[in-house]
Ligand binder design. Sequence first.
Ligand SMILES: *[C@@H]1O[C@H](CO)[C@@H](O)[C@H](O)[C@H]1NC(C)=O
Ligand SMILES: *[C@@H]1O[C@H](CO)[C@@H](O)[C@H](O)[C@H]1NC(C)=O
Ligand SMILES: *[C@@H]1O[C@H](CO)[C@@H](O)[C@H](O)[C@H]1NC(C)=O
Ligand SMILES: *[C@@H]1O[C@H](CO)[C@@H](O)[C@H](O)[C@H]1NC(C)=O
Ligand SMILES: *[C@@H]1O[C@H](CO)[C@@H](O)[C@H](O)[C@H]1NC(C)=O
Ligand SMILES: *[C@@H]1O[C@H](CO)[C@@H](O)[C@H](O)[C@H]1NC(C)=O
Length: 850
Amino acid sequence: MWTAVALVASYLVGSVHCAASQAYTWKNVLTGGGGGFTPGIVFNPSAKGVAYARTDIGGAYRLNSDDTWTPLMDWVNNTNWHDWGIDAIATDPVDPDRVYVAVGMYTIDWDPNDGSILRSTDQGDTWAETVLPFKVGGNMPGRGVGERLAVDPNDNSILYFGARSGHGLWKSTDYGETWANVTSFTWTGTYVEDASLEYTDDPVGIAWVTFDSTSGSAGSATPRIFVGVVDTGESVFVSEDAGETWAWVSGEPLYGFLPHKGVLSPAEQTLYISYSNGAGPYDGTNGTVHKYNISTGVWTDISPTSMASTYYGYGGLSVDLQVPGTVMVAALNCWWPDEIIFRSLDSGATWSPIWAWNGYPSIDDYYTYDISTAPWLQDDTSTSEFPVRVGWMVEALAIDPFDSNHWLYGTGETIYGGHDLLNWDTTRNITLESLAVGVEEMAVLGLITPPGGPALLSAVGDDGGFYHASLDTAPSQAFHTPTYGTTNGIDYAGNSPGNIVRSGASSDLPTVALSSSFGASWYADYAASSSTGTGQVAYSANADTILLMNSDGAFRSQSSSTFASIPSLPSGAVIASDKANNSYFYGGAASAIYVSGNTASSFSKTTTLGSSTTINALRAHPSLAGDLWASTDTGLFHSTDFGASFVPIAGGCTAGWSFGFGKPSATGEYPVLFGFFTVDGVTALFKTEDQGVNWQAISDANHGFGAVDANVVNGDLQNYGRVFVGTNGRGIFYGDPSGGLPSATATASASASASSASKTGASASVTGSSSSSTGGTTSTTLVTTTSSTSSTSSSTTKTTTTSTTSSATATGSSTAYGQCGGDGYSGPTVCPSGYTCTYENEFYSQCLEG
Ligand SMILES: *[C@@H]1O[C@H](CO)[C@@H](O)[C@H](O)[C@H]1NC(C)=O
Ligand SMILES: *[C@@H]1O[C@H](CO)[C@@H](O)[C@H](O)[C@H]1NC(C)=O
Ligand SMILES: *[C@@H]1O[C@H](CO)[C@@H](O)[C@H](O)[C@H]1NC(C)=O
Ligand SMILES: *[C@@H]1O[C@H](CO)[C@@H](O)[C@H](O)[C@H]1NC(C)=O
Ligand SMILES: *[C@@H]1O[C@H](CO)[C@@H](O)[C@H](O)[C@H]1NC(C)=O
Ligand SMILES: *[C@@H]1O[C@H](CO)[C@@H](O)[C@H](O)[C@H]1NC(C)=O
């Protein structure tokens, strides 16, 4: 649910077409392991068991007592897609039912809208919104610093939010409803990660706000407040007068490092700070951990690894509130041999690591690794000498304030933690568990259900993709041999559906893989090489020809011949294969349809689709040759003559994005068509059982699926009524008609009765707030959204860890064991004599002996 304000059913009075709706029941296809970056985890310090995790592209989650997580933002739909980018989260220490998030995806033009603070009084079940007068960047560089949003522990009507982009520090005195700039705080943060690219050229801004709860008393504003700023100069500031005036905390060591976390140990009157020389989440080669003794004003370097010998900076930091002096800190990224986490029982004087060398190449792991909830997390033990387990990108690290044994940390891929942390100090062997069940964060790029195959095959960003034998059981392995970080495209051969092709990036193996067992096992297609670009694929009906569209254009391989360019099909076209006639392939670019009747040897432009300017998707009927559909920016079009001509579908459909076919009803002859469309002015997930004459909306107020243009949809060819929706950051959903999958006979009547229902597309209204600020700060008028227009930014498919900033331009030589490559890395790529630049993962290559 969106907001406490009552939902209002909206009826399109007097409209000729009036799309109906049908109730669907939605669940995630379980992977159990998150699959993306978790930049923040917070525990409430006053109420046992209240904790939240935030993601960068998939919303926020609340922890349940059984270690699972509940998604809190599945209402996000195409109008507010950027609300899934969470740049900060704050749980209220006074009223643990209140929780706040700062939302917005990008502070650059990839996201046209200003950000917001969402506030909830029921632990995230419902939310109200205040739009800020600037953007918020949940998926921008430095998204793991924080938390930059905080509630005053002595007067919970007071909140601070540290903005990006030079917009400074903001304050609310009414539980987050209105906000004003704290103009006396003048350090807005000047650091940018890389000025040469738009994405990395925006100041990360303020890192964190930490109240010294002990400096005040309940009922009045906390006097002492620390603020960390992402700046290579002075970066830690303090107010002693509840935010009226501010000063640099003198004595702060100035090494040019950025303060990622500022964590108070109240009983010790000490602020612990982790520093790294990059804003994260991918970088960091140097840094320190410092503590600042508030009573004495003394700064102490307590880094577990000395500056002289470190090759990482620090990120996640936590103290055990029940045991003053117990501190944990994580390297932000220790790419090799594995992420490292340290624990101290003496306020940072001495540390013990989670693993240690025991004479290279032997390592003592002081943990038992338990990924039973998501076995696929470690897929690659056979191919990697040092398989990464502890993780990478560890910015979120939290010890439960009510349970010294319970801890959680977020990585670039999942959430780990455990329930026996005190064993670290006794038996020196903890159980490191994947604890991400309920978090489904994958960015999905393709979904197919070849008839006769498993429940589902998925192509996903960063985690490869999966053979889902069951929708409710975590897969045991991602697609492997070859293993791709990201699988960009997947298709099956219509006449021979056990034959599957997929395309994904690899550093050393062909980027096209084939299966003749419905995706259960795979082999590399040596028609491609590791340098063949990846992209969408279409498989001919008899599985002898592959059409590949990558960033270099269209390519064809027949009978394992080397992929050859197809100049007659425009680069960037959407593609499809006929599912019944082996000779036919289709392409769509701008408004034009391109058809090949010679197994993709050449394409001819056949027709254009009305006034369309963009063809968003092409899909062929699962068994009828020559039956092809196209969704465009003006609607849906149907061809029954192999793409020679198309008729526009009436029925009120005026735009379409991803769609697909599901099994027909027992009485139906034609497959059910599911997809994201605009019908009668409503942009939502729809289905039609009669080829577009009647439509039923099947998304609802609680299941919006985010940006329509970033999603992939397919029907289930094996179960009538079932649909799959792959999102950009909330994993894969499957939906069944409410009441369960219809039986063969119940089916027809269920859909018939549904089609007579009125549309009840819930339109929640959010109360606007427009007021000026108090307390000597500039007055700011903030208006809350009621209905923002649909935004379909073409950039929303940017995924969590798929960096587009890969560049290695520096000259000179790296060092022995130094970094020599990786996404986002711009240092030297040449290794010293005797060392070879060795690929470890997409973010890190290292100079190793040999
Ligand atoms: C907020 O205040 C800071 C510091 O005075 C200033 O630099 C920034 O521009 C202000 N931001 C806005 C949006 O007014
Ligand atoms: C802070 O300094 C005081 C005075 O020297 C000392 O007693 C206390 O132990 C220090 N706290 C920490 C956490 O080092
Ligand atoms: C880390 O930075 C410090 C301060 O600039 C420098 O003295 C040290 O050599 C650096 N460490 C490494 C390993 O480069
Ligand atoms: C910790 O326990 C695991 C599982 O029993 C074992 O594999 C590992 O070697 C142990 N670590 C140490 C340092 O004893
Ligand atoms: C596929 O289309 C081609 C070209 O129109 C035709 O010659 C062939 O018979 C068709 N194949 C089948 C199996 O229908
Ligand atoms: C999208 O979400 C907004 C806010 O929750 C709501 O007002 C709107 O009705 C939703 N749109 C659809 C089509 O459900």
